[in-house]
Design a protein around this ligand. Structure first.
Ligand code: FES
Length: 61
C-alpha cells in the first residue's frame, strides 16, 4: 500500500509496483480526465504535474 498526494489530498493506493501512474490515477482513483492514447510517452495526453514538473504518467512507475 502506498499513499499518493493528488490535488492536495492523500489517497491510499493498493497497486503492483510496476503499474504505471496513468492506470493508478484512472483505475484506482477514478481520475478519468487523465487520458490514455499512445502509452509510449509520445502524445502527451496523459501528462500530469508531479512536484510542479510535467510528466507523462504512462511511463511513470
Ligand atoms: S499516453 Fe501518450 S504520452 Fe502517455
Amino acid at each position: 500500500m502506498i499513499t499518493l498526494n493528488v490535488n492536495g489530498k492523500k489517497r491510499p493506493v493498493d497497486a503492483a509496483p510496476d503499474t504505471p501512474l496513468l492506470w493508478i490515477l484512472r483505475d484506482n482513483l477514478g481520475f478519468t480526465s487523465v487520458k490514455y492514447t499512445c502509452g509510449i510517452s509520445e502524445c502527451g495526453m496523459c501528462t500530469v504535474l508531479i512536484d510542479g514538473e510535467a510528466r507523462r504518467s504512462c511511463i511513470v512507475y
